[in-house]
Design a protein around this ligand. Structure first.
Ligand code: NAG
Ligand code: NAG
Ligand code: NAG
Ligand code: ZN
Length: 478
């Protein structure tokens, strides 16, 4: 066999942020990673994803401290089939800066890339004040509406959403997008706000929008607007404010109820939704879809929807009861994920479902037959087709490749926003919502993009949202 440990040298310009280094584990099969993925002290980004490599192995991305790297170097010296590689990281100075001041405070509306000459570059990422001002500026400039959500965050922030395209009747809104649930995934709010602003500006002047090699006609733009778009650009304002001021790759919110220092602060909002939240009960003991440990990046909170941000996110469905399609905007894995995320899909046994207590203790193991999550075949087709069209549209922009895949991938999650959205129909008898998660950005898992990457992300996602909305409209909004 080859050498057991292949720790590559970082070379010139390497800088580590927050004392975490991006690494890849490599092994011949995904099941080699089973123990790793069960270890909730490891940061795998949004969810652990094992990808096939060109040499018939699989790679698993993670962010580790130096002492964790040392630990796994020693550990895998005894397991020749798993290797650990460092990934190249960017110089800190090449990261897109966070805006200083407020570009939108005077009511200046953010201008997306769809109406600007090719090669135009937006130089900085919106800070929290800029996001809030941008929401107000878009509403005022184009006569769109805002809604303040009922709960204040742990640090006292109010949360405002924007709804555009279908007037003031909230039952005419069918598309819901949210961003920045994970604080460090920079650029999510920017992607959403620049796209909305582009749609409204194009509608006003009757022009088309161009993103790289993709152009959308005014008829397509008006069709998307009239589907009614609800946008929640900043789901985790406390976490984003902290991440932007510390560059610490902060993911969770800032609730100190379960821990008051360091990594024990905060709840992973994307494990806090009321979908199989109590994973210790609902999942197999050998699945690790979330964590009960406050210091884990996937800490599930103190109860289903215990967090104000989660409650606010859920309240949007109640305010806009006809939402049919939901998209949660994350980074960075270059894929589009569709339901379900708790186990593999199956369309034959409707009683084998997330509500059935008879299957408690069996969920969440990919590749077994003890449990697979029920999805009616038409729903499976609809979710997969829309994600596939979205990924294809993003590829066609000209930047990079995006892969559509089922959320569960190789490892399960509990309490995620996309599964919660889709579960409401069965759990609560509410309108059916197809939930999906976009992981924009390069597959390398770089949360802090360079200016070039940040602008490519805006182009990719603007086209991606257009494709998603057009495909959703084609499937149906009611
Ligand atoms: C990847 O697979 C090849 C065989 O295709 C093997 O020789 C090699 O050692 C594997 N690399 C790693 C890092 O596991
Ligand atoms: C989990 O990983 C840590 C390093 O992050 C290691 O110290 C610990 O022993 C691992 N736990 C298990 C159960 O393997
Ligand atoms: C789109 O433009 C038309 C024509 O100018 C206008 O009447 C309509 O209000 C605009 N729609 C939105 C959502 O701004
Ligand atoms: Zn995420």
């Amino acid at each position: 066999m080859k050498s057991l440990l292949l720790l590559q040298s970082l070379g010139f310009g390497a800088t580590v942020v927050a004392n975490l280094s991006p690494v890849q584990f490599k092994a011949p099969t995904p099941s080699h990673f089973a123990e790793l993925v069960a270890n909730d002290t490891i940061d795998f980004g949004c969810r652990p994803i094992a990808r096939p490599t060109s040499d018939d192995n699989f790679s698993l991305h993670a962010l580790l401290t130096e002492s964790q790297i040392t630990h796994f170097e020693r550990e895998y010296a005894l397991h020749p089939s798993i290797s650990i590689f460092r990934e190249k990281v960017k110089r800190q100075s090449t990261r897109t800066p966070i805006g200083t001041g407020n570009r939108f405070s005077s009511g200046t509306v953010p201008k997306g890339l769809g109406q600007q000459p090719a090669g135009t570059s937006i130089p900085s990422i919106m800070n929290v004040n800029e996001i809030n001002s941008a929401i107000q500026a878009i509403a005022r400039t184009y006569g769109a509406s805002t809604l303040t959500l009922p709960y204040r965050t742990f640090n006292g922030a109010t949360q405002t959403i924007l709804y555009v395209g279908a007037g003031t009747d909230k039952t005419r809104y069918h598309l819901y997008l949210s961003a920045a649930m994970h604080a460090r995934e920079r650029g999510g709010p920017d992607n959403l706000l620049y796209w909305l602003s582009d749609l409204l500006a194009a509608n006003k002047t009757g022009t088309s929008l161009t993103y790289g090699a993709k152009t959308y006609t005014i008829a397509q733009i008006r069709s998307v607007l009239s589907a009614g778009i609800v946008a929640f650009p900043l789901v985790n304002p406390d976490g984003v404010a902290h991440d932007q001021s510390t560059n610490s790759l902060w993911r969770k919110n800032r609730n100190t109820r379960s821990g008051t220092s360091g990594s024990s602060i905060g709840v992973d909002l994307n494990r806090n939704f009321d979908f199989l939240w109590n994973f210790k009960k609902h999942f197999s003991a050998s699945a690790s879809p979330a964590s009960t440990s406050p210091s884990s990046e996937t800490f599930y909170g103190t109860g289903p929807a215990s967090e104000a941000e989660t409650k606010n996110h859920v309240s949007v469905y109640d305010s806009f009861p006809k939402i049919r399609w939901f998209m949660d905007i994350h980074s960075a894995a270059a894929d589009v994920l569709y339901s379900w995320g708790d186990d593999e899909n199956q369309g034959t046994s409707s009683s084998m479902n997330f509500l059935n207590a008879a299957y408690d203790g069996r969920r969440g193991i990919v590749g077994d037959t003890a449990y697979k999550e029920y999805i009616p075949s038409a729903d499976a087709t609809n979710s997969r087709n829309v994600a596939t069209k979205m990924a294809a549209g993003m590829r066609a922009v000209g930047g990079r490749s995006y892969t559509p895949m089922q959320s569960v991938g190789l490892y399960a999650t509990s309490g995620a926003s996309d599964d919660y959205a889709f579960s409401r129909y069965w759990a609560l008898g509410k309108n059916k919502v197809y939930g999906a998660t976009l992981e924009f950005g390069k597959a390398s898992g770089n949360f802090y993009p360079t200016v070039t990457e940040f602008n490519q992300n805006i182009l990719d996602t603007s086209a991606g949202f257009m494709e998603w909305a057009l495909a959703a409209i084609a499937v149906g909004l009611e």
